[in-house]
Each structure stands twice: as C-alpha cells, then as structure tokens.
Design a protein around this ligand. Structure first.
Ligand code: GTP
Length: 133
C-alpha cells in the first residue's frame, strides 16, 4: 500500500510523535528517488520525549533524510518545515531573512515578583511585554 501511495513522489514527509518509538525505514523502487524529510512532531511535549534528538538526527544521516522538529499543535516550525521542503523541490536556496520570516515571534509577559504593586503606576509608559525571536 505504502509503495503505491508514494510511487512517483518528489518528496516524502514522514511524521512521528517524539514520544513514540516506531521509526520505519522506507525503501523506494521508483526511477526517481524522492527526497525524504523526517519530521519529529509534538515538540511541545518535550518533557515526554522518548526519541532522543541524536537518534532522530543519526537516522536521518544514515538514510540521507532531511530533518525537522515541529509542533503541529503549537504551530511551531510547521510553516518553516514545508517552506524548506518546497524550496528544496524547486531548487531554491532560502536566505536567512526568508527563514526568519516564517519563524513566529513568541510573546510573553515579563513577571517581576519583587516589584511593588504600585510601581507600574509610577512609570506607566514602560511596556511589560517581551518579544523573543
Ligand atoms: N501536544 C501535541 N499534540 C498533538 C500534536 N500533533 C497532534 N497532536 C495530537 O495527537 C493526537 C493524535 O493526532 P493524530 O493526528 O491523530 O496523529 P496519529 O499519528 O494518528 O497519532 P499519534 O501516533 O498519537 O501521533 C491528537 O489528539 C492530536 O491533537 C502536537 O504537535 N502536540
């Protein structure tokens, strides 16, 4: 079934949850060898990780796969993953700006527990929002 569904594909994206331990090898018989990208999903569940990044990377290296880590739930690096896959198929080299553009900015409030409750009123123009690129 798998061989029929991927026959003639230019690119294959294999996605697995980083908590599961089932990485399967895909062998190809089609004339053109497709590019394969191995995607470790659910990186928001890093604390439950059982597949070590080194194992993932070694597997990619041994099989000539491209490698990505994403979180479909948090939408972390998903766009970048597809952007890189498509760029590779089209033979386009992405520059740093293009890569950074697809990285979402993570916003978080800065919590200062030592700050007096009235301190904000003293300097209301100060922002308490931090943006990390
Ligand atoms: N926390 C988290 N949950 C996710 C993520 N991606 C998918 N899920 C959840 O994982 C569950 C299974 O997702 P499916 O898309 O059905 O994936 P599956 O391959 O059939 O199942 P798994 O083997 O569990 O990955 C669903 O409840 C999804 O909402 C992710 O990046 N992070």
């Amino acid at each position: 079934m798998l061989d029929r569904s991927i026959y003639g594909a230019q690119e294959i994206i294999l996605v697995y949850g980083i908590m599961s331990y089932q990485m399967k090898k895909v062998s190809e018989e089609s004339e053109t060898q497709p590019l394969v990208t191995l995607v470790g999903n659910k990186i928001d569940l890093e604390h439950n990780r059982t597949v070590k990044p080194e194992k993932h990377l070694r597997f990619c290296q041994e099989n000539g796969f491209n490698s990505h880590f994403v979180s479909a739930k948090a939408r972390d690096s998903v766009f970048l993953c597809f952007q890189k896959v498509v760029a590779e198929i089209l033979g386009i080299k992405l520059n740093k700006a293009e890569i950074e553009q697809s990285q979402r900015v993570v916003k978080a409030d800065i919590v200062n527990y030592n700050q007096e409750p009235m301190a904000r009123a003293v300097n209301p123009s100060r922002s308490s929002v931090c943006a990390v690129g």
